[in-house]
Design a protein around this ligand. Structure first.
Ligand SMILES: Nc1nc2c(c(=O)[nH]1)N=C([C@H](O)[C@H](O)COP(=O)(O)OP(=O)(O)OP(=O)(O)O)CN2
Length: 281
């Protein structure tokens, strides 16, 4: 007997990819449970399956940076509750923050299938009595009109304050009451796998060793101190916190200015939610 729940929740993470660098990902989570029926005729009450799995994922990998510790050029250092991770390929990036902002995985690369198996195994060890097997499947949204980005929101009370979590997000650009597929693919390919940064979080390196081609952003929020250094050319600098509302208005303004046309932007944050904004040239 098997029980399934599709679209149980979403995972929003950043991963380090040896070819693409920091990549924002959003996955829809589907679950299948194998087991035997209890005397109530149920394998596991849907009302309990959903919060149980969501709680495990929210308290684990969700909103973390997934680090493939066996990838070339990856170094991890621990100091108390703080983790510092540096990457070399395809560009240098250094990030530090509280331990729970990272998921260290014993692989040379992160992929959705291996992660699904890993999460299924973790859940398996804590399964309820009549559940014999748990299979998680992670799916990216089926669309080409999406880009990955990473960011951190220092004012967020929850896990979105983590400096390197990300999303894979659709983007619609409307002008003269029509979608603009050409503009959409141009902006999507420019935005893909960039780091969105709030200008007020940028700091000068005290040691003065940061080459001018790099940026450091640093802040303290309720979970602790966060810091990230990466090449300037990988960043999108905004004059506000990088919420999806601000991303929508920032993009609407830039696209309207560049194309000299009134512009309406529909910006998603991960799957199924987002913000819209309009701007005049
Ligand atoms: N109005 C806004 N609220 C939030 C924003 C935002 O930009 N505008 N952003 C965030 C975070 O960036 C966060 O990454 C969003 O995560 P989300 O998955 O939506 O948060 P939850 O884990 O609470 O939701 P799930 O149902 O588990 O996916 C937060 N808020």
């Amino acid at each position: 007997m098997a029980l399934f729940v599709n679209r149980l929740t979403h995972l929003d993470v950043s991963i380090w990819c040896p070819e693409r660098g920091l990549v924002g990902c959003s996955w829809q989570v589907d679950v299948v449970l194998d087991g035997t029926l209890g005397s109530d005729g149920m394998l596991f009450d849907f009302g309990e399956v959903k919060p149980w799995i969501k709680r495990q994922l929210d308290g684990g990998v969700d909103h973390t940076l997934l680090v493939p510790i066996d990838a070339p050029g990856v170094r991890v250092e621990t100091q108390g509750d703080t983790l510092s991770v540096s990457f070399e390929t395809p560009y240098p990036l250094r990030v530090s923050g509280p331990r729970q902002a990272f998921s260290l995985l014993p692989w040379a690369r992160i992929d959705a299938e291996a992660l699904s198996r890993h999460l299924s195994d973790e859940l398996h060890t804590q399964r309820p009595v009549n559940v014999e097997g748990i299979r998680l499947a992670l799916h990216a949204e089926r669309t080409d009109a999406a880009y990955g980005y990473s960011h951190g929101l220092k004012f967020h009370a929850g896990n979105c304050q983590r400096i390197a979590h990300g999303h894979r997000s659709r983007l619609e650009i409307w002008q003269e009451n029509r979608r603009q597929p050409g503009l959409e693919s141009e902006w999507i390919s420019w935005l893909d796998n960039r780091y969105f940064i709030d200008a007020s979080d940028i700091v000068a390196d005290e040691s003065d060793t940061t080459p001018s081609s790099e940026l450091t952003c640093r802040y303290t929020s309720s979970q602790g101190e966060f810091s990230l250094t990466l090449p300037k050319e990988r960043c999108v600098i905004m004059p506000w916190p990088t919420t999806v509302e601000n991303i929508a208005r920032h993009l609407a303004k830039r696209i309207a200015e560049k194309s000299a046309k009134p512009t309406h932007v529909v910006a998603f944050e991960g799957i199924d939610k987002g913000a819209t904004a309009r701007a005049l040239p």
